[in-house]
Design a protein around this ligand. Structure first.
Ligand SMILES: [Zn+2]
Length: 322
């Protein structure tokens, strides 16, 4: 344990429900992960009853004794009702909190998966010891969460933290949310691929296009990363441009919330060595009134794929915002 989480029960269970698997962990009283199990997420029509079965089964298998938190990939109310979840089948006002609580005979906590990851980084990860931090997950899209003055912020409906849908270009590419130019169209894994394809169709990025098999439309983020690691200057230009888009959103969030630090998580954290320097360079240039404040720290997450489950396990033990 590297952070400070206060008194923990001897066993806290956390489950992170993803589109393909439900990942469960058990933490001991020190916050150390002592067990880990996963199950496939039930799919298709009528999959929600089986999903409740999976959650109950995982919790019991991991030694549930009264402390369970569940992270879910969607908009979830403070009462544990999942209102919408694009990556789960058939979700509409799914009362996952009540259904699992009734089966286990004990109250449980349910929260958004990115909020859970925020709790993990805040209490036991890169942001341990801070009271004002923001997590930004750079994956297929962008998610996030926020701690202000020592309390997790969820907003009126529990929907806070959808940073990826800040519009940064009103005439930009269309987003699945129905609008145009959302931040995640540029600063996520799919954003990196789009920036690379744009560069490639402009007859640049020849080395990257070769790696992708010759067609600019097949260029993906990993091709850019691999070429950048080999020192290809055109690939490094795309990484620099990507860093500027990430930093633009961070500077907007800084103006709104004035955090002490950002923790960057999600799938792109695996390329932290490539991205961190350009992100910090552009963030320094875009930061409002930099002479009046210490520049907020920007670091990559400590927890990888376990972040959501670890943070879910901590939910019953942290102070909640009513
Ligand atoms: Zn959007």
């Amino acid at each position: 344990m590297t952070g400070s989480v206060g008194a923990l029960p001897t066993r806290s269970i956390g489950i992170d429900v993803g589109g393909t698997k439900a990942l469960g962990v058990a933490l001991d009283e020190h916050g150390d992960v002592v067990a880990e199990e996963k199950r496939p997420t039930p799919r298709g029509a009528d999959s929600l009853g089986p999903l409740v079965d999976v959650l109950v089964d995982l919790a019991r298998s991991l030694g549930f004794d009264g402390h369970l938190g569940v992270g879910v990939p969607g908009l979830v109310t403070r009462q544990g009702v999942l209102r919408a979840a694009p990556n789960l089948d058939g979700v509409a006002d799914f009362e996952v909190g009540r259904l699992v609580s009734e089966r286990l005979g004990s109250d449980i906590e349910v929260d958004n998966d990115a909020t859970c990851a925020t709790v993990a980084e805040w209490k036991l990860g890169a942001a341990a010891g801070t009271d004002n931090m923001m997590l930004v997950t750079l994956g297929t899209g962008i998610g996030g969460g926020m701690v202000a003055n020592g309390a997790v912020q969820r907003g009126l409906n529990g929907f806070a933290g959808e940073f990826g849908h800040m519009v940064v270009h009103p005439n930009g590419p269309r987003c699945p949310c129905g609008r145009q130019g959302c931040w995640e169209r540029y600063a996520s894994g799919s954003g990196l691929a789009m920036l690379a394809r744009e560069a490639a169709t402009g007859r640049r990025l020849r080395a990257v296009v070769r790696r992708a098999g010759g067609d600019p439309q097949d260029v993906r983020g990993e091709h850019v990363q691999a070429a950048a690691r080999d020192g290809d200057p055109e690939a490094l230009d795309v990484i620099d441009d990507f860093g500027r888009w990430v930093a633009l959103g961070l500077s907007n969030l800084t103006n709104a919330f004035d955090p002490e630090m950002f923790v960057l998580g999600g799938g792109l954290a695996a390329g932290a060595d490539l991205y961190l320097a350009p992100i910090i360079k552009w963030y320094g240039e875009l930061l409002y009134q930099p002479h009046l404040r210490p520049m907020p720290r920007v670091e990559f997450a400590k927890w990888g794929p376990l972040a959501g489950a670890v943070g879910a396990a901590l939910l019953p033990s942290i102070d909640r915002v009513a």
